[in-house]
Every structure is written in structure tokens, then in C-alpha cells.
Design a protein around this ligand. Structure first.
Ligand code: DAH
Length: 337
């Protein structure tokens, strides 16, 4: 049991004041030592139990302890008070506040979000594949003959003989069909890579959205209907469209979809290179050879596929004439959207 005596109280006080940092702690000290029920009061209380011989000496010691403690307490308190006043005077309430900047979505993310929302509304789900892809998925199973020029080192970043950075999102079609049985109705967004000279029109990395619908009796008319609905929802109503015959190894027949130029409305201008038309995507009916690679019965199922570049889509919609601005991270550009 710790005895309350002069030495104890003195030592305790010396120790307690070492850690005092603020006015609240100062008040705690006052209550502990100097208040009506504090330790000093207790010592004075015990004075009446002392023998008449001891009383005068004890009383004197107690008085000097009280003086010492009070003096130290007062100076500690005023020191802390003036320090906190100084701090308060340093806070200048008239200074302008710190502006917090809030980030926003990159234009490419916004564009992809919009494309996703439209296709989800048309019954498509979203599926993603890896950027490092096998030659098999990227080319072979998509019916690219071994001597097809797209396999040339100029276009493809090969990792080794069997693996590469995917050059398009079409290999995700193979992944979906290998994993799922028909009916499948998916869009497949992602990053793709091509070993091309960087210019205002092409970049070594960009983004595509792939689409695939396979079921019994899927027709080219449905493909057209879906893509025209998409274009109306994305680009607005004010355009004409056309499907031009084209070629892709994995679709037969293949087509490209054009819409009339948003700038000149078909008159001919710099953006559409005087043609009046802008190509917005490639598409076609899934080639039966592709179905054989994924073990779908080509006699039973038909399907359509399409693919579009997200940068290109955003460039057309917003009249941007240089693909590099998407990757420069210049806030003057990004903040406009
Ligand atoms: N993969 C093609 C490309 O990168 C785009 C494409 C065309 C995708 C036709 C398709 C399609 O699914 O049917 O150029």
C-alpha cells in the first residue's frame, strides 16, 4: 500500500509534471494535488493525528511543500497557456482554403462504360480475356492461315513462338466458346497491341470491344439490327448507315459498317477524307471453321461477331483527330470530358 506522506507526494508530483502537455492534463494535476480532496488536503488532514511534539515541524514542512507545489503548478500552467495562445495566433483564418481536386473517369473509360451499358440493355453480358495470349487463340483458332500477313512480325509483338500480346480482342471469342455452350451473347472489351509506327492515326496499344452472339438460327439481319440499334443509341439518330462487304478470316460473310460523317453529314470533308462516310466497326457471321475449333456443331449453330476500336469510337464521337492524346495524360485534354 502506498503511504501518503510528504516525500511520496512530492516525488509523485515531480514525476507527473514531466509529462504534462496540455491544459486538460494541467487540470488533472490540479485536481490530484491541489483540490479540496487532493493529496495535499489529505496530508493536512492527517496533521491533526500528529503528536503535539511533531505538529509544529510537520506543519512547517507541509506548508513549504504546498508552496513549492503551488508555485511550480502556476508556472507550468502559464507556460502551457502561452504556448497554446501562440499556436492559436499562428492560425490565419483569412487564408484561402486548400482546394481538393476530385478525379474523373478517363474519356476511354467513359466511352467503354457507355458501350457496355447499351449492349447490356440489348441482352449482352461482359467477358474479359488476358492481354498475353496464345498464338492458337489469337490466330489459329480464328482461322488465320499460317501464312496470313497479320502474323508477320511487323504487326505482332511475339513473346515466343507460342505466345504474344493479343493483336485484337477476337481471341476472347475462342475463350468464351471453349468455356460456354450456346446460346452465348457477350461483349469482350480490352487492351490490344500492335507493332505499328506511332502516328496521329495509330498507336502501339489501344482498346477494342468485341461482340459475339451464337445460337440456333442467328441471322445477318439480326446482326444488322443489333448494330444499327447500338449506333442510334451511341451516335444519335442523325445519320445514314451502310454495310460494306469486307474480309476477316473468322467471319463469312464479313462486312464493315459505315455511318455518315458527323461533321459534314455526308457532304465530304477532312474528317471523312471527302467520302462522306466513317467506318465504325467490322463484323460478320462466325465462320463455320471457327466453330470446329471450339467444338460447336456448325450444322446446328450460327452466330455473328463484331469488333470496334474504343479510341476510334471516341475520336469519331467527339471529333478528336489524334489518337496520342488519349495516352499523353494532359489534363487540359482530359478535363474537357
Ligand atoms: N478483330 C478485327 C480487327 O481487329 C475486328 C473484327 C472484325 C472483329 C470483324 C470481329 C469481326 O468480331 O466480326 O481488326
Amino acid at each position: 500500500m502506498s503511504e501518503v506522506n510528504i516525500d511520496n507526494v512530492k516525488a509523485g508530483f515531480e514525476k507527473d509534471i514531466l509529462t504534462v502537455k496540455d491544459l486538460r492534463q494541467i487540470e488533472d494535476i490540479r485536481i490530484k494535488y491541489l483540490s479540496r480532496n487532493g493529496l495535499l488536503a489529505k496530508l493536512f488532514d492527517e496533521l491533526k493525528n500528529a503528536s503535539p511534539d511533531e505538529k509544529p515541524m510537520l506543519g512547517k514542512s507541509l506548508n513549504s511543500l504546498r508552496n513549492e507545489i503551488t508555485e511550480k503548478f502556476v508556472s507550468l500552467k502559464s507556460g502551457i497557456e502561452s504556448a497554446s495562445q501562440k499556436l492559436a495566433s499562428k492560425i490565419d483564418l483569412s487564408l484561402p482554403g486548400v482546394e481538393r481536386t476530385i478525379g474523373s473517369k478517363h474519356l476511354l473509360t467513359q466511352t467503354l462504360d457507355e458501350i457496355k451499358t447499351i449492349f447490356k440493355g440489348l441482352g449482352f453480358s461482359v467477358f474479359e480475356g488476358p492481354e498475353l495470349e496464345s498464338d492458337y487463340n489469337n490466330f489459329e483458332a480464328l482461322n488465320f492461315p499460317f501464312d496470313h500477313p497479320a502474323r508477320d512480325m511487323q504487326d505482332t509483338y511475339f513473346i515466343n513462338k507460342d505466345f504474344l500480346l493479343r493483336t485484337h480482342t477476337s481471341p476472347v471469342q475462342i475463350r468464351v466458346m471453349t468455356e460456354q455452350k450456346p446460346p452465348v451473347r457477350v461483349i469482350m472489351p480490352g487492351r490490344v497491341y500492335r507493332n505499328e509506327a506511332v502516328s496521329s492515326r495509330s498507336y502501339c496499344m489501344f482498346h477494342q470491344v468485341e461482340g459475339l452472339y451464337v445460337d440456333t438460327d442467328v441471322t445477318f439481319a439480326e446482326l444488322k439490327g443489333t448494330l444499327v440499334s447500338f449506333a442510334r443509341l451511341f451516335y444519335g439518330d442523325d445519320f445514314k448507315y451502310r454495310f460494306r462487304p469486307s474480309f476477316f478470316p473468322f467471319t463469312e460473310p464479313s462486312a464493315e459498317m459505315d455511318i455518315t460523317c458527323f461533321l459534314c453529314h455526308g457532304e465530304g470533308c477532312k474528317v471523312c477524307k471527302q467520302t462522306g462516310w466513317l467506318e465504325i466497326l467490322g463484323c460478320g457471321m462466325v465462320d463455320p471453321n471457327v466453330f470446329k475449333y471450339v467444338n460447336y456443331d456448325p450444322e446446328k449453330y450460327t452466330g455473328y461477331a463484331f469488333g470496334m476500336g474504343i479510341e476510334r469510337t471516341a475520336m469519331l464521337k467527339y471529333g478528336i483527330d489524334d489518337i496520342r492524346v488519349f495516352f499523353d495524360n494532359d489534363l487540359r485534354f482530359l478535363k474537357q470530358f
